[in-house]
Write a protein that binds this ligand. Structure first.
Ligand code: ADP
Length: 331
């Protein structure tokens, strides 16, 4: 398991839950999005209507699940949570919809991975709050209409492009989540340290923040590891020195790159003169799956401007050469 992966690991679920802020005002960053969501929530409450369906998209670990929970909490309604792949049969979805009280939130994570046949049930549920269920078999098969209470579907996806047009069109509110700034991540780290009842210095928090790849999940994970080092060293607080020491031991560099990232950049430079090189070729050389490279490794290197995508393949940028201290020469 990669320390810097922004995916949620099984072992982290309990800790993540306790670290989640419960109110909009303790949700750090995403200022514009928060302002808009707040208006929509207030308006829905004033009209005593359910909130429009919300689609949140963006990379893993940026706070989509957290925000969905907060929305339900601010609306004063219950939330039912599931994931696209967990809904295996139409009956699973019907059971979930059937449990909803008026105004409740149904949260579907990884909504792009939902089966088409299940997605189609959602259309009428989202639009007009009913579902048609086929009852009987063969000659006697006929649809029976079940009314549903008004509810809010919140969908989360890392791949908005993979959502079908009809599903996407049924979300009244579609919002993209952005990576967090270093200052925002430092606030998140400081808040999490309070939850853990651990002291952290402002410079220590900033140092974790700058190595967290813009991602709260990564920031919280690094904090936990650094806390271990601080405790073993019997430090009364996590200071800058401890953060630097711990993250050096864990092979997380100043920009939040780990050995895998370095290997990718060095392979591109040493074997391909910095590129262009195709993703498949590169993956084969690294012994990684192309998908892993595309989904888990490359996005951050692109985000910080170390790799760029060209028509002929990926290239290492001058900025990356400078960071690695390698003279820039390129095809
Ligand atoms: P996603 O659903 O996008 O993968 P999560 O909502 O599970 O992300 O967030 C991952 C972790 O990061 C959560 O445990 C939460 O504590 C923390 N987190 C995310 N966004 C924020 C935020 N804006 N403020 C504070 N903590 C956050």
């Amino acid at each position: 398991e990669r320390l810097l992966s922004n995916e949620l690991e099984q072992s982290e679920q309990v800790a993540e839950y306790s670290l989640r802020p419960k109110e909009l005002r303790s949700y750090i960053g995403q200022e514009k999005l928060k302002q808009k969501i707040n208006v929509y929530i207030q308006a829905a409450k004033q009209r005593s209507e359910s909130l429009d369906h919300v689609l949140l998209y963006g990379p893993p670990g940026l706070g989509k699940t957290t925000l969905a929970t907060i929305i339900a909490n601010e609306l004063g309604v219950a939330i039912k949570t599931t994931t696209g792949p967990a809904i295996e049969r139409p009956g699973d979805l019907v059971a979930l919809l059937n449990e909803l009280e008026p105004g409740d939130v149904l949260f579907i994570d990884e909504i792009h991975r939902m089966q088409k046949s299940i997605e189609e049930i959602l259309y009428s549920a989202m639009e007009d709050y009913y579902i048609d269920i086929i009852v009987g078999q063969d000659a006697t098969a006929h649809p029976v209409r079940f009314p549903l209470p008004p509810f809010t579907l919140i969908g989360a996806t890392t791949k908005a492009g993979m959502l079908s047009a009809p599903l996407r069109a049924r979300f009244g509110i579609v919002e993209r989540m952005d990576y967090y700034t270093k200052e925002e991540l430092a606030q998140i780290v400081t808040r999490s340290a309070q939850v853990f009842e651990t002291q952290i210095s402002p410079t220590g928090a900033l140092e974790i923040a700058s190595r967290s790849r813009g991602t709260p999940r990564v920031a919280n994970r690094l904090l936990k590891r650094v806390r271990d080092f601080a405790e073993v060293a019997r430090k009364p607080e996590i200071d800058l020195e401890t953060v630097r020491y711990a993250l050096t031991m864990l092979h997380v560099d100043e920009k939040g790159l780990d050995e895998t990232d370095h290997k990718v950049l060095h392979t591109m430079i040493e074997l391909y003169g910095g590129g262009p090189v195709g993703l498949n070729t590169l993956a084969a050389n690294l012994g990684e799956e192309t998908e892993t490279l595309a989904d888990m490794i490359e996005p951050y290197l692109m985000q910080i401007g170390f790799i760029k995508r060209t028509a002929r393949g990926r290239m290492v940028t001058q900025k990356a050469y400078e960071y690695l201290g390698i003279p820039f020469t390129q095809n």
